[in-house]
Design a protein around this ligand. Structure first.
Ligand SMILES: NC(=O)c1ccc[n+]([C@@H]2O[C@H](COP(=O)([O-])OP(=O)(O)OC[C@H]3O[C@@H](n4cnc5c(N)ncnc54)[C@H](OP(=O)(O)O)[C@@H]3O)[C@@H](O)[C@H]2O)c1
Length: 516
């Protein structure tokens, strides 16, 4: 295969601004946010008129904060760490020590920002990033509002990035939106889902709408069903305390999986402007009917892993023995469901979603299974013997697109086998290190909200899973743990498809495992 390396587009620098990170001493800041700023700085996408101001309760000054960060990001960036780039970013990095709950701290924040504006010519544009536990989102916003830091003028902007989780159910998401709207306009709120920062997710739109041959096939006439898999091989690691109150359904479905579904199923927007795209995504979520309690029993599956052996041979303990987890926990570490859409394009096409922890692979994909040919005329080749054609959009790892279809097996007799055509991003565009946050932070600095969630999108996502959460909490599981670590989830998940005469797609793992 001849590889064509496509040069990266040279994008303009972001608008001047100060990015204020609340929770600057935490995990997200050191693992994702500062490395993302490092990559933007390396690509010369941050303007000279830019500064970072970290806010946290760690007792540090500017230099201490820079030293604290460099130690951490050296570890995270490994060989890609570059001292010259770091120095450029570090010179623009500042720190404010204080208690985020304390209204008086915000007066000091105002003074500090006025000074940074003057020194760095950042033009009074502020991007506030909430890298703190969700219970603090509302208080920070009110405190910022009280000192005038959320008030925009014709000359400057004020934007707030809100981290996930955005609420823990429909009611809390509505309440959080209401609190934010007391201080901010919807246009100032950027609800982040780092899945949307992945090139391969954005490429779903490009693949669908920039290629004329795809769209005519993208409907119930040609597609049999769709499978979305977000598999994690890791357990809960140090997040046991949080995870045990959330579970796989809350943690993954309303955000990551429904985001993928929205991009996959939406109608072509009139433009790639944020409002047009978000409206189409919302229409998809509107078309998904929340399940009745009876449907929850047959269309949704939950699981929790017990001890087991991973494909690499590692023996791993049960979820219930993880640090921070209740030894009698009934929290699900696996969720699968069948969703249907009430609209012209997708009526009758099931969308099967599955996600879980301690599955055999760390892997995310969307698989579109096309309908079989109605009649196969080749002698001795039964329709049933030919595997259906698939289009697989691989999100991670090895982002790419794979098409599998029938081809003639060489030889005198007419036999058909399945072959693959595989496109890997890295082959064409190289393998640039990225955290997934680069595009999103850059877009927010430029006021482009396309890849962020609107209040309605968040609430619609919760509406879809609320009916499942209600039934699951009313009927606690009796069979947990019901799958072994290192397998593809509970038997009932396999039955969900088998009952419809289908199978989950076999995903390659270091060692083949039963995907039932
Ligand atoms: N980490 C990730 O990979 C990740 C991924 C997706 C989403 N998120 C979201 O991102 C947010 C941050 O997560 P994280 O993992 O970075 O949390 P974290 O490690 O606990 O960091 C939060 C930071 O905020 C500080 N803080 C908390 N309350 C404060 C207060 N009143 N005044 C001053 N500082 C205060 C904490 O200090 P103390 O340690 O002293 O409390 C800590 O340094 C959360 O909403 C999380 O759900 C994180």
């Amino acid at each position: 295969m001849t590889l064509i390396q496509v040069p990266k587009e040279k994008a303009p620098q972001a608008h001047p601004n100060v990015m204020i990170i609340f929770g600057a001493g935490g995990d997200l800041t050191s693992r994702k946010l500062i490395p993302a700023l490092f990559h933007l700085c390396k690509d010369h996408l941050l303007p000279d008129s830019f500064a970072v101001l970290g806010v946290d309760r760690l007792e540090l000054d500017d230099n201490g904060f820079r030293e604290h960060l460099v130690e951490q990001i050296r570890d995270h960036l490994g060989e890609t760490f570059d001292g010259e780039v770091w120095n450029r970013l570090a010179q623009r990095t500042h720190y404010l020590q204080g208690n985020i709950d304390d209204p008086a701290m915000y007066l000091r924040l105002c003074e500090r920002l006025t000074r940074i504006d003057a020194e760095r010519s950042t033009e009074g544009n502020y991007l506030f990033y909430m890298a703190v536990p969700p219970r603090l989102f509302g208080g920070i916003t009110s405190n910022l509002g009280a000192v005038g830091l959320t008030t925009e003028t014709e000359d400057d902007w004020r934007r707030v990035i809100i981290e996930k989780p955005f609420g823990t159910d429909l009611e809390s998401a509505i309440a959080l939106n209401r609190t934010l709207h007391e201080t901010l306009n919807e246009g100032q709120i950027y609800r982040i889902d780092h899945y949307l920062g992945k090139e391969s997710v954005q490429n779903i739109m490009v693949f669908r709408f920039a290629n004329g041959f795809i769209e005519p096939l993208w409907n119930r006439h040609h597609i049999d069903h769709v499978q979305i898999t977000v598999a994690e091989s890791v357990g809960v690691e140090h997040r046991g305390g949080y995870y045990d109150t959330a579970g796989a359904l809350r943690d993954m479905i309303p955000n990551h999986l429904l985001v993928l579904l929205g991009f996959l199923a939406m109608e072509p927007p009139n433009s790639f402007e944020s409002q047009a795209v978000r409206e189409e995504v919302n229409k998809v979520l509107d078309a998904i009917q929340p399940m009745t309690p009876e449907q929850v029993l047959t269309h949704a599956v939950r699981g929790q892993y017990g001890e087991g052996i991973m494909p690499n041979g590692d023996k791993v303990p049960a979820y219930r023995t993880s640090p921070g987890v209740d030894p009698a926990s009934r929290t699900e570490t696996y969720a699968a469901m069948k969703l249907s859409m009430d609209n012209w394009r997708w009526a009758g096409v099931p969308f099967y979603l599955r996600t879980g922890k301690r599955l055999p692979a760390q892997y995310t994909e969307v698989a579109i299974q096309f309908k079989r040919a109605p009649f196969v005329m080749f002698k001795d080749t039964e329709v049933e013997a030919i595997a259906p054609d698939h289009l697989v959009l691989r999100i991670q790892p090895n982002e790419g697109i794979q098409m599998s279809f029938g081809a003639k097996i060489p030889g005198p007799s007419m036999r058909v086998g399945t072959v693959n055509m595989d496109f890997n991003y890295a082959d064409y565009f190289g393998n640039e290190p990225a955290t997934g946050y680069e595009t999103l932070i850059y877009d927010c600095m430029n006021g482009d909200a396309t890849l962020f969630k609107h209040a309605d999108t968040v609430e619609k996502g919760w509406e879809i899973v609320q009916s499942i959460m209600d039934v699951w909490s009313a009927l606690p599981p009796r069979d947990f743990p019901n799958y072994a670590a290192g397998t593809w989830g509970p038997k009932a998940a396999g039955d969900l498809l088998k009952n419809d005469g289908r199978l989950w797609r076999r995903i390659a793992t270091p060692e083949a495992t039963n995907q039932g």
